[in-house]
Write a protein that binds this ligand. Structure first.
Ligand code: AMP
Length: 114
């Protein structure tokens, strides 16, 4: 259940996270195992299991994407560019069943991803 994930607990303030931005609808916090010098996760407060969950509305997704750009500006990685990633399901490499946008920056990214 999306309500029981670590990220749902972070969103409810029941579990610690290094929060860099929050508003009424979402929370952004540093990834515990960063894959780049700056690695932040942006999540909705509402327990939504992933990008493919019908509860992930266009409004919600638009807001999360916008917050990714705000976080990148705030953390000083916007000028050189950065990457925003959403892993979806098993083949996509999603390990936590609560929608999250990865914001990665502070180094050049390679393509294609693994
Ligand atoms: P994904 O594989 O796309 O589901 O991404 C999950 C991400 O959550 C990984 O990059 C993990 O390092 C990160 N993660 C797992 N637990 C925590 C936590 N308690 N606080 C911050 N990041 C976490």
């Amino acid at each position: 259940m999306a309500e029981d994930t670590i990220f749902a607990k972070i969103a409810r303030g029941e579990m610690h996270a290094d929060i860099v931005y929050e508003d009424d609808d979402c929370v952004a916090f540093r990834d515990i195992d960063p894959k780049a010098p700056t690695h932040v996760l942006v999540i909705p407060r509402e327990p939504v299991s992933g990008l493919d969950d019908p509860k992930a509305t266009p409004d919600m997704l638009g807001h999360l994407a916008h917050v990714c750009t705000k976080v990148a500006e705030k953390l000083g990685i916007a000028g050189d560019g950065y990457r925003v990633v959403v892993n979806v399901g098993r083949n996509g490499g999603q390990s936590v069943s609560h929608l999250h946008f990865h914001v990665l920056g502070g180094r050049p990214m390679t393509w294609p991803p693994g």
